[in-house]
Design a protein around this ligand. Structure first.
Ligand code: DON
Length: 569
């Protein structure tokens, strides 16, 4: 009744006055995780409770993408006071980490060391995030929100095609660790599709988290087992690393573009700043970039190239390095970058100066596009609370190492550091001093959970995809600003440039043959990709039309749902 009255008032006033959409919406990369959110929302939880439930459930049913042994960024917005915050649960380097950790005596990078096994693992932030969200933002208890995940871990979930593909890709690493192999493989080989993966040890760890909060993970028996397991297998974790893990609430990056307010991830994510630079480069030309498709792609690519150059040079953990945020996000700086773009010719990346101290590395390898993992979910509740969260173990199944008796698969986020100045990581990204390995530092990330707020609509979005996350989210923002609906946004074809390697990577249907020919004529190297990009999850509330929609990327197996709250009895 009150809602009806408010919308009548809104019509009368010629504007929307609703505080919230009156319905809940969730989009996640797995139907069982979406169902977990529905379960806690139906039990009276809010969007933050749903975020806890989805995160925990994804860690069980999509173990290749995220989990308790990883980390991530939760962009949260509280409807009652309008506050938006980034909950930074990024992993941190252990105290014993140092810049030469992955180098041999000759200073060469030892292949695989920052990817497979416990030395690749940073200290997880995920258990801290679950506790923090439930305690500070949720309405239900942590234990209640963890119930669906505990059930899924105890009863098992059916293996799907994505799990098999990713487990196949990481088979050697998974076979190397007895515990991971026991849980995810069958006598060293892949399980059958549809077979149940049961995780009793993970269920027990989740129960401990439910009973004792984050201390149940970072201290006591679980912490002991984690550290013993890591050290016995050649890792460098210490009990203090776990006990000292600190979650940080940070101000998100806030941008203004074409009448929209864009709220995105701040450092240690590179997402918000890079997105800001690219939007500002577009805006510096009065937003005149859309008339001809070739001109549009050319300009976007040149903006991407420049933003990723700056990512490599300047971005890192804001608690350890000085990032010139103001300058990077100033319109003046963007105007300079825009003026430097030749509208008719690609700028070779080698002509864009790197810092004189920066040692350029070897030519980065091709991005291994099989590594399309990590995960994202978007949720909005009936009151307008919302969460965009991108969470990860980094590579599929992270380091593939599971300390005995914990059920917790550890991340390999250490590879997101520059293992050596100019050395490309697994996504081909390079970095220098700002992202060098140091004790307690957070590795630079590309994860970019984002809100787009226009006068009419509010969108919650994000995607996995390694280095391509940032440009995929940029495409999403531009589509939303231009009025696209949630399904259109997740379906849109994607292209990407990241400074090095100096080439446009694109989904084959993203660029027509005329566009390809003309881009090549302008000097761009083209690299069509057979495998699709990303797995975007979008929720959009159209306040003007009083409509809430959710969409899950057709490239993945996720699910989206919009549903009416059950009235409290
Ligand atoms: O934080 C980052 O940027 C990476 N660890 C994300 C990895 C990722 O998205 C892998 N997915 N496809």
């Amino acid at each position: 009744m009150l809602r009806l009255l408010l919308s009548m008032l809104a019509v009368f006033a010629g504007q929307s006055l609703q505080a919230g959409p009156g319905q809940h919406a969730v989009a996640s990369a797995h139907p069982l995780a979406t169902a977990a959110a529905q379960e806690v929302l139906a039990a009276g939880g809010n969007a933050f409770d749903a975020a806890v439930a989805v995160t925990a459930a994804l860690g069980v049913v999509e173990p290749q993408g995220s989990g308790l042994g990883g980390g991530g960024f939760f962009l949260v917005h509280r409807a009652d006071d309008g506050r938006s915050v980034m909950v930074d649960a990024r992993e941190t380097a252990p105290a014993a980490a140092h810049p030469d950790l992955y180098l041999d005596a000759d200073g060469e990078v030892i292949p695989g060391l920052s990817l497979d096994g416990p030395l690749a693992a940073a200290i997880p932030g995920m258990p801290a995030a679950l506790g923090h969200l439930a305690a500070n933002y949720g309405r239900l208890s942590l234990a209640k929100n963890l119930e669906p995940a505990i059930r899924l871990a105890e009863e098992g979930f059916p293996v799907d095609a994505t799990f098999l593909q990713m487990a196949g890709f990481r088979l050697h690493a998974l076979r190397d660790g007895a515990d991971a192999a026991r849980v995810f493989l069958r006598e060293g080989d892949l399980p059958e599709e549809g077979e149940a993966i049961v995780q009793p040890e993970l269920a027990a760890t989740l129960r401990r988290l439910a009973d004792r909060g984050p201390a149940g993970f970072y201290e006591g028996e679980i912490a002991q087992r984690l550290v013993e397991g890591v050290r016995a297998a050649g890792g460098i974790w210490a009990l203090e690393d776990l006990a000292n893990y600190e979650l940080v609430e940070r101000e998100p990056v806030v941008l203004h573009y074409c009448g929209a307010r864009v709220v995105s991830a701040s450092p240690p994510s590179s997402g918000g700043i890079a997105i800001g630079q690219m939007l500002h480069i577009l805006a510096a030309g009065g937003n005149r970039y859309g008339d001809d498709e070739v001109d549009r792609v050319h300009l976007l690519v040149e903006a991407m190239r420049r933003a990723y150059r700056d990512r490599a040079l300047y971005l890192g953990d804001p608690d350890h390095v000085d990032i010139p945020v103001e300058r990077l996000l100033s319109m003046e700086y963007a105007s300079g970058l825009r003026a430097d773009i030749d509208p008719e010719r690609a700028t070779p990346s080698t002509e864009l100066p790197l810092d004189p101290d920066a040692v350029p590395g070897p030519v980065p390898p091709a991005i291994d596009s099989e590594s399309e993992q990590t995960t994202h979910f978007s949720v909005m509740d009936a009151e307008g609370n919302r969460v965009a969260a991108t969470i990860t173990l980094n590579y599929p199944f992270g380091s593939a190492f599971m300390p005995p008796g914990t059920g917790v698969l550890l991340n390999n986020e250490m590879d997101d550091f520059a293992t050596r100045p100019g050395e490309p990581n697994v996504y081909g990204l390079i970095g220098f001093e700002a992202n060098a390995i140091r004790p307690h530092r957070r590795p630079l990330s590309s994860m970019s959970p984002t809100f787009v707020e226009t006068p009419d609509r509010i969108a919650v979005l994000g995607t996995p995809g390694g280095s391509r996350i940032i440009t995929m989210v940029l495409h999403g923002i531009l589509a939303i600003v231009e009025g696209a609906g949630a399904s259109e946004v997740v379906q849109a074809r994607r292209f990407h440039h990241q400074y090095l390697p100096d080439r446009i990577e694109y989904e084959t249907a993203a660029l027509g043959s005329r566009v390809q020919l003309e881009l090549a004529r302008r000097g761009h190297a083209l690299s069509p990709q057979i495998r699709p990009f990303g797995n975007m999850q979008v929720v959009i509330w159209d306040r003007q039309r009083d409509r809430l929609e959710a969409a899950s990327d057709p490239r993945g197996n996720g699910s989206a749902a919009v549903f009416t709250p059950v009235p409290a009895r």
